[in-house]
Design a binder for this molecule. Structure first.
Ligand SMILES: Nc1nc2c(ncn2[C@@H]2O[C@H](COP(=O)(O)OP(=O)(O)OP(=O)(O)O)[C@@H](O)[C@H]2O)c(=O)[nH]1
Ligand SMILES: [Mg+2]
Length: 307
């Protein structure tokens, strides 16, 4: 996808967040000097935009410290976009595929519908383009349609997919896929998981069983555990990160649907609170709609910059 195209998709996806923020800033900062009152209003605004209390207060304190020479709404917007980019920079980390682990085992987790299976397809597409061999494992055996969905992606992308019948043990799928990836000297194994289980205890037991099965083959596996978050869910993303971190050793995040009606503020709050790497973002449903997470672009899009 062309560079400008994905930025405009993300900017459009973040339009709801950015027009709230940008409009609010225009109302608060009318060119007079920045004082306690305007700063408090800004803090409120940032909190309502999902940035969370502690992140909002840090941003505002930083803004006050910087004593900007430009108290206009545009000046504040630019500064905030930069501050947000600064906050996001440490977590913007591409996935390290050049690992000593071969096959590199990547487990993809998340609540239902966040985009796990599609993200696996996107990752597979990118890896294939880099001439890496990939095996997909249909570890969501909970629904027949989930197995079929991954199988179809595999066909489209020309990637082998290890499947078992619906209802099969996901841990066995993961284990066998790992064995197959080893036997075929595959570079990367991407394992899909179910997001839709009867209850949290179910999900916990199943994910832990899967990681345990992989560890039998290599105690360091899975080498990456990626939590996929849907950017349109807003505040609930906090609970999702918390829950999954309690279940498995989440190593990084992928934030999808930033082209939808995203609630971008929460991404900044998550970065601040958990410090987990954000490896990539989803900006559409197609195989090439996965982008590196660029903190400057995100900051500008969230504040409604045009370019
Ligand atoms: N607009 C947009 N849609 C996406 C993106 N990623 C995934 N989707 C769509 O979101 C829907 C759910 O995606 P899946 O990949 O099936 O999600 P999942 O997490 O595997 O879902 P379950 O297996 O049911 O838990 C599909 O319609 C995808 O096409 C994205 O970045 N942008
Ligand atoms: Mg799925």
């Amino acid at each position: 996808m062309a560079e400008g195209n994905w930025f405009s998709r993300m900017r459009d996806g973040l339009r709801k967040s950015s027009s709230n923020l940008s409009g609010g800033i225009a109302r608060i900062f009318t060119g007079k000097k920045i004082d306690q009152d305007t700063l408090e209003q800004l803090e409120e605004l940032l909190i309502t935009a999902d940035l969370g209390v502690s992140t909002a207060s840090e941003l505002v304190a930083e803004l006050a410290r910087q004593k900007t020479s430009d108290p206009s709404a545009d000046g504040v917007r630019d500064l905030l976009a930069q501050q947000i980019a600064d906050k996001l920079r440490p977590v913007a980390q591409d996935l390290d595929w050049q690992s000593e682990h071969r096959p590199l085992v990547v487990l993809v987790v998340g609540v239902n519908g966040t985009g796990k299976t599609t993200t696996i397809a996107k990752l597979a597409s990118r890896l294939s383009a880099e001439n890496k061999s990939v095996l997909l494992a249909a570890g969501d055996t909970f629904r027949a349609a989930a197995i079929e969905q991954l199988r179809i992606w595999g066909e489209r992308l020309n990637c082998p997919v290890l499947t078992k019948q619906p209802g099969a043990d996901p841990a066995a799928v993961a284990y066998e896929a790992y064995e197959q990836a080893r036997a075929t000297d595959t570079d990367v194994l991407l394992i899909d998981t179910a997001g839709r289980l009867h209850n949290k205890a179910d999900l916990m037991a199943q994910l832990q069983k899967t990681t345990k099965a992989l560890k039998k083959l290599d105690p360091a596996a899975p080498h990456h555990t990626l939590l996929v978050l849907d950017a349109t869910t807003g505040q609930n993303a906090h609970a999702q990160v918390q829950t999954f971190r309690d279940l498995v050793a989440v190593t990084g995040l992928i934030v999808t649907k930033l082209d939808g009606t995203a609630r971008g503020g929460v991404v900044v709050a998550l970065a601040d609170k958990f410090g987990l790497p954000i490896h990539a973002i989803g900006v559409g449903e197609a195989a090439d709609d996965l982008q590196a997470f660029d903190p400057d672009d995100f900051g500008r899009a969230l504040l409604g910059a045009t370019g």
